[in-house]
Design a protein around this ligand. Structure first.
Ligand code: ARG
Length: 480
């Protein structure tokens, strides 16, 4: 068992069970590059402020670079006895450059170090998630263009309501994903703040330059209040809340894909490559991916509640409870990324059975609302029109026919002012076009154009942030 870096005041070695229980290295090694990156910037600041010499800084920089190289080559082993990523790296640095490694932790605590690592790690993940969201939106935009004229029933209460264009249905999901992307870009502002220099809770007697570290790392600013810097996990909660919303959106889409690919609907066919079979029923082709996406939404909600509960009774400043912030965060990042990534090809390869969609519009009296609105134009109040059309529908249900199958004379028995014009009113194409505004397709086109413009804005944001990250990581010899 190696001696602990904090062993000075202890007279006994740590019990093996405590070592296991206490260690976070099995999961916080995810942030290995961010831990090294933060140390590069911290050492540079110590030298700039005259707290270590330029030569010592040079040794630390080179030592850290050797470690990141070894990490990339898979040549390092983390030790449970070293507790966490911070002390594992420090131990390795000591092995590689000797006692000067002991200077790195001057004017720093693991409390501000771990907060820094999470800020660095999460901002990188946000960029990659915004990229996935953008790709998924582009997929849906392509589908909306491709299916611009496809008509299907729109539903309320999962009952056929009024006909809609399939393009509008896909664009509704683009709208949701755009809010998700914008939300993440707003959260980035709070993630991209540096807590480093807060030390354990109240700074240090050394004259450090917290702004210099922040600049080196591409942060927009620093946490002014040092207690807040080490205690704050709001930025994680915001990210988890945002992830929960995105997963909820994907889960709603999943539910629709599952329904639509059932034999009862048969509106879409998922590609064979994105479905799985049954071990007993040879005929089965199951939509496992959307089912899993729907199911995995639960663990992301769980992560949000874990963090909210973790923080609710926690006194300032750092408490070890905070170590429990990482696994839910990492699990959420993986779940969200995996789900977004798999949905891009899953959607791009699905086949739309437009004839079945169109046929479904013929049954279910989807033109009843436009007929009622037509009666209003013939002079009825809307309440009267609603009542009259309701009776006409009941009559048709009994006769097992559609509204458009009634003769003009039959219709006039319900409302005498109905004229031949009603034929045009009742046609399904007219029903879609008449809905909402005069020319519904042009609304779809306007929506499409605006969504495309927003994706371009998101892509510009992405390019700027990707450029920033590449600059910061490569400055210290790290691959992004
Ligand atoms: N592994 C710890 C965590 O994840 C790092 C901070 C430890 N700080 C301390 N004072 N023990 O929170």
């Amino acid at each position: 068992m190696s001696a602990k870096l904090w062993a000075g005041r202890f007279s006994k070695p740590t019990d093996a069970s405590v070592e296991q229980y206490n260690a976070s290295i099995t999961f916080d090694n995810t942030m290995v590059y961010e831990d090294i990156l933060g140390s590069h910037a911290h050492a540079a600041m110590l030298a700039k402020c005259g707290i270590i010499t330029a030569a010592e800084n040079e040794q630390l920089q080179q030592g850290l670079q050797q470690i990141s190289k070894k990490v990339t080559e898979g040549k390092i082993t983390f030790q449970i006895a070293d507790e966490d990523i911070h002390m594992n790296i420090e131990r390795m640095l000591h092995e590689s450059i000797g006692d000067v490694a002991g200077k790195l932790h001057t004017a720093r605590s693991r409390n501000d170090q771990v907060a820094l690592d999470i800020h660095l790690y999460l901002r990188k993940q946000i960029v990659e998630i915004v990229e996935l969201l953008t790709q998924l939106q582009n997929t849906l935009l392509t589908m909306a263009k491709e299916h611009r004229h496809v008509i299907l029933p729109g539903y309320t209460h999962l009952q056929r309501a009024q006909p809609i264009y399939l393009a509008q249905h896909w664009l509704a999901y683009v709208a949701m994903l755009q809010r998700d992307s914008t939300r993440l870009q707003e959260i980035w502002l709070r993630v991209n703040q540096s807590p480093l220099g807060a030390c354990a809770l109240t700074g240090t007697t050394f004259t450090t330059d917290r702004h210099y570290v922040a600049e080196q790392l591409g942060f927009d600013g620093i946490y002014l209040n040092t207690l807040d810097a080490v205690s704050d996990r709001d930025f994680i909660i915001e990210f988890l809340a945002s992830s929960a919303i995105t997963m909820m959106h994907l889960s709603r889409l999943s539910e629709e894909l599952i329904l639509w690919s059932s034999q009862e609907f048969n509106f879409i066919t998922l590609d064979d490559a994105f479905c799985t079979g049954s071990s007993i029923m040879p005929q089965k082709k199951n939509p496992d991916v959307p089912e899993l996406a729907r199911g995995k939404t639960g663990r992301v909600y769980g992560a949000l509640f874990t963090l909210l509960t973790l923080l609710k009774g926690l006194p300032l400043a750092y408490n070890k409870d905070l170590q429990e912030d990482k696994e839910p965060l990492f699990d959420t990042i993986k779940t969200l990324r995996d789900t977004l990534a798999i949905y891009i090809p899953l959607l791009a390869t699905l086949k739309v059975n437009s004839a079945n969609m169109r046929a479904a519009v013929n049954d279910g009296y989807l033109n009843a609302t436009v007929l009622a609105e037509y009666l209003v134009r013939c002079g009825a109040t809307f309440r009267v029109a609603h009542e009259v059309v309701g009776k006409m529908v009941a009559h048709c249900v009994a006769k097992k026919c559609r509204l458009e199958d009634l003769s003009l004379t039959e219709m006039q028995k319900f409302y005498p002012a109905i004229s031949e014009e009603v034929r045009q009113v009742l046609s399904i194409e007219n029903t879609v076009a008449a809905c909402d505004v005069k020319n519904h397709l042009s609304v779809v086109d306007t929506d499409l154009a605006q969504r495309e413009q927003q994706v371009q804005k998101d892509e510009a944001w992405l390019a700027a942030k990707q450029g920033l990250l590449v600059a910061v990581y490569t400055k210290f010899g790290l691959a992004k």
